[in-house]
Design a protein around this ligand. Sequence first.
Ligand SMILES: Cc1cc2nc3c(=O)[nH]c(=O)nc-3n(C[C@H](O)[C@H](O)[C@H](O)COP(=O)(O)OP(=O)(O)OC[C@H]3O[C@@H](n4cnc5c(N)ncnc54)[C@H](O)[C@@H]3O)c2cc1C
Length: 598
Amino acid sequence: MATTTAIPKARISGGGFLLESRRTDEVFTPEDFTEQHQLIGQTTEEFAINEILPNSEKIEHKDFSLSRELLKKAGELGLSGVEIPEAYGGLEMDKVTAAVIADHIAKYAGFATTWGAHSGIGLLPIVYFGTEEQKKKYLPRLAAGEIVGAYALSESTSGSDAMNCRTRAQLSSDGRHYILNGEKMWITNAGFADLFTVFAKIDDKFSAFLVERTFPGFSIGAEEHKMGIRGSSTCPIILNDCKVPVENLLGDIGRGHIIAFNILNIGRFKLGAMCVGGGRVSLENAIGYAKQRKAFGKVIADFGLVREKIANMATLLYVGESLVYRTVGMMDVALGEVDKSGADAIKETRKAIEEYAVECSIVKVWGSEMVDYIVDETLQIYAGYGFVEEYPAERAYRDARINRIFEGTNEINRLIITGFLLKRAMSGQLALMPAIKKLMDEVLSGPSVGEDLEGPLADERKLVGQAKKLGLFAAGAATQKYMQAIQDQQEIMGAIADMTIESYAMESAVLRAQKIAETKGEAAAALPIAMTRVYLSQAIEKVESTAKKVVAAVADGDMLRTQLAILRRLAKYEPFNTIALRQHIAQKVIERGKYTLA
Ligand SMILES: Cc1cc2nc3c(=O)[nH]c(=O)nc-3n(C[C@H](O)[C@H](O)[C@H](O)COP(=O)(O)OP(=O)(O)OC[C@H]3O[C@@H](n4cnc5c(N)ncnc54)[C@H](O)[C@@H]3O)c2cc1C
C-alpha cells in the first residue's frame, strides 16, 4: 500500500536551496497531508494517548516488558514497518508517513526512543543492506514487533570517532563463523533487544554483523543511570569470543562505514520530527499551567513576558514542522523516481536519501535545539513547580537533552552540513562556487543587493534572499582565504553551517505561510505569517552576526571594513513590530490551549 504525496512533483537537488528560490508548489507542507497521512497520524495519536501515556510511569521505572508489549502493538498497527517493503511484512510507505508517526509517537520520550531505535537504526540496516535471506529471516518479525532491534556502533573510547572502534572480528578456522571480541557502549534497547547490528573490524576493515542475543559469547552489561529518557534501555554489550555465523555479515567487508553513516543520516529526519512532537506536548502543558496559575491577582498567562515565551515556542513549532515536512517531501519525490523493480533499486534508494544529507542534518540540529529551548521555557513558566518531579516540565527538560548528543552530536552534524556542501561544490554537483563569485561581483560593483519582489510575502522572501547572500558572502570570504584547508577551520565550518541552517529554516517558514496564503487566503494565513515574521526577525540578526564573525576572522584593515559595509547592506531591512506579532500569536494559541494553526 504505497502512498505518494500529491505535491510537489519536481525533484530538487540536495543543498540546492542555497542557490535557488523555490516556488510554493515545489515544497511539501503539513497542509499537503493526504487523507492517508492524516489517518496514520490519528492512529498514532490514539496509540500514544490510549496505550503509551497510561503506561509511562511504569516504563519510566524500567518495566521493559511493557515496552516490548507496546512495540508489538505498534507492529500490529503497522507503525514500525512503514519503511519495510511489503514483501517482508512492512507497509512500504513514504517518508512523510514515517515522519508523521515519529511526530505523534513522541508524546512520551522514554518509549519514543525505544520505538525510534527499533524501527529506525534497529531494522533499517537490514532493509538497505541485508541479503535476501537476511531480509526474509528478520524483517517480518521486526515489523511485527515480535523481535526488537538495536544498533551497536559506539564504544567507550569511540563515539563520534566510530570508525576508530576496538571491537574485532576474526574468521574461525573452519570458516563458518566470525568470532567477535570487544565491548559496545550506550546501546539503546540493549536490555531487551533480540537482534543487534554490531560494527567491528576484520583486521583493519570496518564491517557490520547481525548478532542475535542468544549467540554464544554475547552478553549485556548493566543499565546506565541516565539523566533523561529513563524509560528507554541503555546498556553496554560485551562480545567475548561471540560466534556469529558467516551468513550474518551485513553488507561487504570493509564497507561498514557506508552502513553506519547512511543509517544515521536516514534516522535524523525522524529525530527532528520527534522533537517537534515533544515540543508540542510541552507547549500544551505550559499553556495549561499558565492559564490556571495566579500571581499578583492575575493568571500568569496574562503577563506579557509569559505570553512572549508562549509565542516564541509556538513560532518554533511552526518553523519546525515546516522544516521537517519540506525535507521529507523532497525525499519522497526523489524516492518516487526510483524503479522499485530494477536491479539497483536499493542502491538508488540509498542514493536518493543521501542526496538530502544536508537537509536531514539541518532538521536534526535545528529540531534538537528548538525542543531544548521549548522545554527550558516551559520549565520557566512552571518556575518552582517546574523544578520538581511531580510536574511534567522537569522530565521533559531532562528527556530533551539527549537529542543534541545522539544520531551524531550537533557539532558533528554541523561539520557534516558544511562538509557535504563543500564536497558537492567541489564535485560540481552544486554550483556553489560560481554563485559565490557572482555574488562577490554583484556586491562589489554597486549598492543594489536585494531583489525587488512582488506578490504575497514579498518582504519576507526578500529577507530569505538576503540571509542566503550573507551566508554565501561570508563563506566566499572564508574559502578565498583558506581554500581546501577550510575543512580544518572548525569554527568557520560551524558558522557556515549555522547560516545555512537559518536560511533553510527561514525559507521553509516563508514558503509554508505563502502557500497557505495562496491556497486559503491571507486571513487564514495571518497566524503563520505572524510566526514567519517573528522567526525571520531573529534569524536574520543571527545570520548577520555570524557572517560578521566569519569575515572578522578572515580579513582585517580596509578589507575588513569594506566587507563589513557589504554585510550591513545585505542585512538591511525594515523591522517588523515583533511585540505586536507575538501578542497576536500568544492570543491565538492561549485561546486554543495548544499549538495549532487553525
Ligand atoms: C542515551 C544514549 C543512547 C545512545 N544510543 C546509542 C545507540 O543505540 N547506538 C550507538 O551506537 N550509540 C548510541 N549512543 C552513543 C552516542 O551516539 C554517542 O554518545 C555520540 O555519538 C557521541 O559520542 P561520545 O559520547 O563518545 O562523545 P565524543 O565523540 O567523545 O565527543 C565529545 C565531545 O567532543 C565533540 N567532538 C567529537 N569529535 C569532534 C570533532 N571531530 N570535531 C568537533 N567536535 C567533536 C562532540 O561533539 C562532543 O561535544 C547513545 C548515547 C546515549 C547517551
